[in-house]
Design a protein around this ligand. Sequence first.
Ligand code: CP
Length: 333
Amino acid sequence: MMKNFLKTSDHSVSVLNGLVDSAVTFKSARASARPLAGKSVALVFFNPSLRTRASMQVGIYELGGNPVILEPGSTSWSLEHREGVVMDGDKTEHLKEFVRVLERYVSAIGVRTFAELKDWQVERTDPILTAFADYAAVPVINLESAMHHPCQAMADMMTIREKLGTERKTVLLTWAWHPKPLPMAVPNSFALAAAQFGHDVRIAHPKGYDLDSDLLAEIKSQASTSGGTVEFTNSASEAFDGVDVVYAKSWGGSRFYGGTEADIAHRAQFRNKWIVDDAKMAQTNEAIFMHCLPVRRNVIVTDGVIDSPQSVVVDEAENRLHIQKAIMSELIK
Ligand code: CP
C-alpha cells in the first residue's frame, strides 16, 4: 500500500501501470466510486498554479471529498521548515505545528513548493516536501517540489500510452530557451518515469544544463531494469532524429544556482536555436509534441507546432485530473 506519492521511483512499474489503468477507467467515466466521501484533502500551494490546483480541486470533488486550499504566506501563515531555528524573522508558524494541526482535519495533504534556484546543495534534497513527509501521519502528495513533479510525469506516461500504445517508444526530452532559469522538477520526473516505463530516453540540452548526477544515475538504473535505454546529446537539431515523442521544457543549470544573471547571460546564445519548430518536428517519426504547460509560445515552441495535430498538450493537461484521481483513490483509504 502506498504511504505517500513523492516521486515515481518510490513505486514499482507495476504499481505505476496500475495507476494508469485506473486513470483510464476514470477518464472513460466507468468509475463512479466516491472513495473520498466525507473526507477532506488539504492542498498547500507555496507557488502559483492553474492545472494542478484546478485538477486536484475538481478531482477531490468528483471523488466525493472536500478540498481545503491553503497558501502559506498569503491566505495562511508563513511557514518555517528548518529544524532548531530561532524564529525571530519573517516566518510565523513552524511546519511541525502546521502539519500536526492540519492532519487532525484532513485525510491527506498535497504540497506544491518550487525550487527557489538559490542553493543547489540544499534544494536538491527537497527540504520542504521532505519536512511535510517527515511530520505527517497522513499521506502526502507531491504537487511539484524542487526536484520532482510525479503527478505531471504520470499524466505524461498516460498520454504517451493513450496516443501511441503500450509499446516501447523513443522519447526525446529537450531543453528549450526561456528568458529566465526555471526549476528542474518536470524534466527530472519525466525522464525518470519514461525510464521506469521502459522507453528509450534521449536527453538533449546545451553544455552546462546537465540534470542532477544522482538523478541521472537513478534514471540509468531504472532504464537498465525496465529494458529501456538512456542517451544524451548537446545537439539541438540531431536530437530530433527519428523520435516518437518530443517533450520540451526549459530548466536552469545547477552550476548557476544563486546566480540567475549569469545563467541568463549564458543562455542568450541559445535563443532561436533551442526552440521546437516545424523543421525539427519534420526530423521525427511523426512525433507527438508534449509540454507540461504553461508554455511561452514562439519561445519554447512555435505556434505552428503547438497548434498542429501533433500537439497533445491539452489532452496531457486533462490527464492530470484522471491520474490524480487514481493516485488519491489508492492513497486515501
Ligand atoms: N503543469 C503544471 O503543473 O501546471 P500548473 O503550474 O498550472 O499547475
